[in-house]
Design a protein around this ligand. Structure first.
Ligand code: C5P
Length: 274
């Protein structure tokens, strides 16, 4: 038996960073600062990155995993930016060595960097004992990127404003989802800039009859996205095929995950919604 006096917290801990999927995304207006007012239904998958942290004398980050090569300069990484923002907000002097297993493709509409930042904020909140409330942690996240607050939460929610104003909704827990990316990186800014400025209306209660207004500008930059959508829509048991975020990853919601192989050269992940 472990007695209370000898029990010690483990020196290293891990946190899952679920991939973010926009089940629907309505762009409503262009704002003065270059951002866009939008309404989106965020969902999260069991598939994602894994972030490990260990108390250390200085901050560091090591990348591993199949997508580590694409993740860009370490100094700019949202994990370290989240860590700096957290320490400032909490006046914490504790430092950590991070190890990130990168599975989520980069610049893919799955919020990879935002998911890692969300995981870092949750992990630091736990390991430092700071005990910030969810809303406080989400506010720190919102300062790091439009969808980081949602990723701090990592639960189904509707985002409005720039994506950072969150309202909880019922989750579609357990629903099978297939993610497919044609292995083209699509930067978010240019896709938003390609939006035609037409407000096609509010996000209603049913995401299935909703849209992703970024599909058209993303398709204009990467027509192969149309092939991915057509392939997903042709699968047996598919209830919805749509692009996530600014692309290029598209998803299919299905009765059950298909057994057929994804076309050669495309990246894919089979998962379920959280
Ligand atoms: O906030 P984040 O760094 O994730 O946003 C990346 C880019 O996506 C922004 O620089 C902006 O061009 C675009 N964006 C937008 N409107 C939003 C969210 C993102 O125009 N609501």
């Amino acid at each position: 038996m472990i007695s209370g006096s000898t029990w010690r917290l483990p020196a290293a801990e891990l946190e899952l960073a679920p991939a973010k999927v926009n089940l629907a995304l309505h762009v409503r207006a262009r704002l003065n600062d270059g951002y866009h007012a939008l309404e989106t239904l965020f969902a999260f998958t069991r598939f994602g990155d894994v972030l490990h942290a260990e108390a250390a004398d200085d901050w560091s980050l090591r990348m591993e995993g199949p997508m580590a090569h694409a993740a860009g300069p370490l100094d700019d990484n949202l994990v370290l930016r989240a860590a700096r923002a957290f320490s400032e907000a909490c006046h914490s002097r504790q430092k950590f060595a991070f190890r990130l297993e990168k599975h989520i493709p980069v610049a893919a509409g799955l919020g990879g960097g935002s998911a890692d930042a969300g995981a870092a904020l949750r992990l630091l909140n736990r390991m430092t004992g700071a005990g910030l409330a969810g809303a406080e942690l989400e506010a720190i996240g919102a300062g790091l990127g439009a969808d980081v607050a949602a990723c701090v939460r990592s639960k189904s929610c509707v985002g409005s404003g720039r994506g950072e104003q969150l309202r909880a909704v019922n989750a579609l827990t357990g629903l099978p989802i297939l993610l497919v990316n044609p292995r083209v990186a699509v930067p978010t800014g240019p896709v938003f800039r390609g939006w035609d400025g037409v407000d096609r209306g509010a996000l209603g209660a049913d995401y299935r009859t909703a849209r992703n207004d970024l599909e058209a500008p993303a398709l204009a930059l990467q027509p192969v996205i149309g092939d991915v959508l057509a392939w997903l829509a042709s699968l047996e048991g598919v209830t919805l095929a749509r692009m996530s975020g600014s692309g290029a990853t598209c998803f299919a919601l299905l009765d059950r995950l298909p057994e057929i192989a994804v076309p050669h050269g495309w990246w894919s992940a089979s998962s379920t919604l959280l």
